[in-house]
Design a protein around this ligand. Structure first.
Ligand code: BDR
Ligand code: CA
Length: 313
């Protein structure tokens, strides 16, 4: 089978970094057309730099990395240095990148690629606020119908929110953009907090990354160690959730996850619940289903896959 063509839209972020490394380690299943960067965990100048750092760590200097939108569509940017550190990639000591940023805007790259390849062949993988994707859909209304699938990390239903009581960070940062994407008609698979809070980096799983004893394995151990410091206190759990790699793991082995095809709408007006993913899990409305909202993960299978793939880099 041909590898699936994907664009990773990202705001690295340690967990974004691991998601990208997993994709780059899996060329049989995944062809990364490019990384499109957005402001989120940290401002755009850092997310685009961090994306290049990760490509170089993986030994993939030829991956195209584009800078995109530097602020949400209708609100001031909210960042998450309290989780990811000042650089967004605190933990390992990685060199500044020498590979250049690709020329052009991330939004134009997304539009071009969706128009260049046959309809239904390019998958979008958003790991941050949905600003770039929604801006592309607004600028080029023909492309939403050409998207094979959008597999994104964002939202939460049973777990509530992680930046407000009701909102998950990626959706909260740009609710207008999320609203556009969820209404776009493109097939959507959501990895919400309900899944990612079950993908915990325990000490044993972190040790397994470190035991790879490669630059990638050690860096991933250090990255997941770093952001655990904040999350462990917050969740009092065995380890920090590893959010974004659930997206790229799904592309490799969707059987690791289960969920429901339901209606999901985004709260864009109430300040109290801004950015909430209003998921009709129990199908109590007759609003049409627009997303497959995941709820379970085979966490042991997920970490086994991740460790095995990272060993290839
Ligand atoms: C999401 O927010 C970011 O902090 C992470 O990178 C992830 O994409 C989790 O809420
Ligand atoms: Ca992210």
């Amino acid at each position: 089978m041909q590898p699936r063509k994907i664009i990773i839209d990202t705001d690295p972020g340690q967990d974004d970094a691991v998601a990208i490394l997993l994709a780059l380690a899996s060329p049989e299943e995944i062809e990364v057309l490019g990384l499109t960067c957005v402001a989120g965990n940290v401002p755009l100048d850092l997310t685009q730099k961090n994306a290049r750092i990760i490509c170089e760590l993986a030994g993939k200097r030829d991956v195209k990395v584009f800078a995109g939108c530097d602020r949400p569509m209708g609100r001031a940017l909210v960042t998450a240095e309290h989780v990811h550190g000042k650089s967004g990639l605190d933990g390992p000591d990685l060199p500044d990148p020498t590979m250049p940023l690709a020329e052009g805007h991330a939004v134009d790259f997304i539009i071009e690629q969706l128009r260049e390849f046959a309809p239904g062949t390019v998958t979008l993988c958003p790991l941050g606020p949905l600003t770039n994707i929604a801006t592309a859909f607004e600028k080029a209304p023909d492309i939403a119908g050409r998207v094979a699938k959008i597999v994104l990390m964002g939202g939460g239903y049973f777990e509530g929110g992680n930046i407000t009581p009701t909102a998950e960070f990626n959706i909260y940062v740009d609710p207008q953009a999320a609203d556009i994407v969820f209404k776009s008609g493109a097939p959507i698979v959501v990895m919400p907090l309900d899944v990612t809070h079950k993908a915990l980096v325990t000490k044993e799983r972190n040790d397994a990354f470190r035991a790879l004893n490669t630059p990638v394995g050690i860096a991933v151990a250090q990255m997941t160690d770093f952001f655990e410091r904040f999350d462990k206190e917050k969740y009092g759990s065995a380890g920090a959730p590893l959010h974004d790699p659930c997206v790229t793991a799904y592309l490799i082995n969707p059987d690791l996850f289960t969920g429901r095809h339901i209606n999901v709408e985004i709260e864009t007006t109430s300040e109290l619940t801004m950015g909430m993913t209003v998921a009709d899990w129990w199908r109590v409305t007759d609003r049409p289903a627009n997303a497959t909202f995941m709820n379970t993960i085979d966490a042991d299978g997920f970490f086994a896959l991740l460790t095995e793939r990272l060993a290839r880099l």
